[in-house]
Design a protein. Structure first.
Length: 202
């Protein structure tokens, strides 16, 4: 039975830290069983921000949580304008996670959430060549995402491995961003980037 995180109010960071410790959610991917580079963590904050869907966010998780809500909604703008000042990557990531799970998301969210996470990560590595190089340095090794909520361990593993494969092709990741946005994803086809998920997307 899955865990439902939507609540009437946001969790405090302290309670989320306790919850995260209990659930073992998120963190860097493992490379051949050992902790991988920080670039494989969706909570990693980016020094110049992440431009995604025309807005500037501080991390992949920040962009993902804001994307749960319509751009003209107060919840979207609340998350968008959160400040990470004085917070670690983990603290800020858990803050946006908490607020993003404090209200019902847009009606189509379940059908697009994996796409959004993939595209947010693709934008990150396209905009930061040094991070793409860190990811490429793990080529040929087994990469597996950390345990997380829902089915994110599986999907985050597929996302990182797919981006690593795309980066190896010798085509700029920024070009892949445009190609995936306009050619590959089909909303009615709920499989994920040439990989058949072991679970249906509910």
């Amino acid at each position: 039975m899955g865990i439902t995180f939507a609540t009437s109010k946001a969790y405090s960071v302290a309670s989320i830290l306790r919850l995260r410790g209990t659930m073992i959610m998120g963190g860097v991917c493992t490379i051949d069983g050992h902790d991988g580079p920080e670039c494989t963590d969706n909570f990693q904050m980016l020094h110049d921000g992440l431009v995604f869907s025309g807005y500037r966010f501080y991390s992949v998780e920040h962009a993902y949580q804001a994307s749960k809500f319509p751009e003209d909604s107060s919840k979207f703008h609340h998350i968008l304008h959160l400040s990470p000042i004085g917070k670690s990557d983990e603290e800020f990531g858990l803050t946006v996670w908490s607020i993003g799970n404090s209200a019902a998301p847009r009606p189509d969210w379940d059908s697009i959430k994996v796409k959004i996470m993939f595209l947010a990560n693709l934008h990150k590595f396209a905009q930061y060549r040094s991070l793409a190089a860190e990811l490429m340095a793990t080529q040929g090794k087994k990469l597996e995402a950390a345990p997380s909520t829902w089915r994110w361990q599986f999907f985050n593993t597929q996302i990182m491995n797919r981006i690593r494969d795309l980066n190896q092709c010798g085509i700029g990741l920024q070009d892949w961003v445009s190609w995936w946005l306009h050619e590959v994803w089909s909303e009615h086809n709920r499989t994920f980037i040439y990989v058949d998920p072991p679970y249906p997307l509910e």
